[in-house]
Design a protein around this ligand. Structure first.
Ligand code: ADP
Ligand code: MG
Length: 264
C-alpha cells in the first residue's frame, strides 16, 4: 500500500533560534529570545504582540535589515548570515519587498517614477505587463503622472505597495503597513497584499497592532517579551482582539482559544 506523501510546503523564510540583545551585563535587553518560526511560501502571516515585544526586531532580522546576536535566518534556502554586504543588498533587491508605515516618496518624482525607483537604480528592467497589473489593482492608473503632494495618504501607501510589488519579490515584509491609514485605505492595502498571496503565490509577513488587519492573514504569530507565545491559523478579528487583550494584561503563554477572556 502506498501512503500518499503529505503536501510539502516550502519555506519562504525561516527564523531559527534568533536571539537579539542590546547592551551587556545587568543592563542587557533581550529583544528576541530564541525565536523560531517558519513562513511558508504562499502564506500570509501577521506578527502581533504588545509594544516592545520584539515584532520590528524580528521583521528586520528576517528582511536582512538587522542582524541577530545568535541564531540564523533563511530566505528560501539562502542563509543570510553567510552573505557579504553586496550579496545581501542584491538579495534584498531581487527577492524581498518592503512596505513600511511611513513611506517617504521622492517629492520631485512622479508616482510612476517612485514605483520603479529601486529597479531603475539597480538598472533592472521593468516588466511592463506586471507594472500595469500592479498599478491597475492598486487603482493608481490615473495617478501615475502625479507627484506625492498631489496624492492622498491612502494613495501614497498604495504607491508604497506598488514599489514593493513591482519587482515581483518572493516575499513581502510590512511593518505596520496600514498604521497611518483610515479603515477604507487600510482595507484596500490589505486586499492588495491578500491578492499577492492568493493570485500570485507571493509570501507576505506583516507586523500589525490591528486585529482587523491581522484577520486578513492565514496565520497569526503572537510575540510577548521577545518570545513566540502563540502561533494560530484561522483566527477571526474577534479572537485576535481577545487574545491581544489577554497579552496586554501580561498573562503567560496561552492559545487564543483557551485565553481566559474566551470564557474560562
Ligand atoms: P516592537 O516592534 O514589538 O514594539 P521592538 O522590536 O522595536 O518591539 O523592540 C523590542 C525590544 O528591544 C524593546 O524592549 C526595545 O526597547 C528594545 N530595542 C529595540 N531597539 C533597540 C536599540 N536600538 N537599543 C536598545 N534597545 C532596543
Ligand atoms: Mg515595532
Amino acid at each position: 500500500m502506498t501512503v500518499p506523501a503529505a503536501p510539502v510546503r516550502q519555506a519562504a523564510a525561516v527564523a531559527e533560534n534568533l536571539t537579539k540583545t542590546y547592551g551587556s551585563g545587568e543592563t542587557t535587553v533581550y529583544a528576541l529570545r530564541e525565536v523560531s518560526a517558519t513562513f511558508d511560501r504562499g502564506q500570509f502571516t501577521a506578527i502581533m504582540g504588545p509594544s516592545g515585544s520584539g515584532k520590528s526586531t524580528l521583521m528586520h532580522c528576517l528582511a536582512g535589515l538587522d542582524t541577530a546576536s545568535s541564531g540564523r535566518v533563511l530566505i528560501g534556502d539562502t542563509d543570510l548570515s553567510g552573505l557579504k554586504d553586496a550579496a545581501m543588498t542584491k538579495l534584498r533587491r531581487d527577492r524581498i519587498g518592503f512596505v513600511f508605515q511611513s513611506f517617504n516618496l521622492v517629492p520631485t518624482l512622479t508616482a510612476k517614477e517612485n514605483i520603479t525607483l529601486p529597479l531603475d537604480i539597480a538598472g533592472a528592467a521593468v516588466d511592463k505587463e506586471w507594472f500595469d497589473t500592479v498599478t491597475q489593482r492598486l487603482g493608481l492608473t490615473d495617478r501615475l503622472g502625479h507627484r506625492p503632494s498631489e496624492l492622498s495618504g491612502g494613495q501614497v501607501q498604495r504607491v508604497a505597495c506598488a514599489r514593493a510589488l513591482v519587482g515581483r519579490p518572493e516575499i513581502i515584509f510590512g511593518d505596520e503597513p496600514t498604521g497611518n491609514l483610515d479603515s477604507k485605505s487600510s482595507a484596500e492595502v490589505l486586499s492588495i497584499l491578500r491578492g499577492a498571496v492568493d493570485d500570485f503565490g507571493q509570501t507576505v509577513v506583516i507586523v500589525t497592532h490591528d486585529p482587523r488587519a491581522a484577520s486578513y492573514a492565514d496565520r497569526v504569530v503572537f510575540l510577548a517579551d521577545g518570545q513566540v507565545v502563540s502561533d494560530q491559523s484561522g483566527l477571526s478579528a474577534d479572537d485576535i482582539y481577545e487574545y491581544m487583550k489577554h497579552l496586554d494584561g501580561g498573562a503567560g503563554p496561552t492559545s487564543p482559544h483557551t485565553a481566559p477572556t474566551q470564557g474560562r
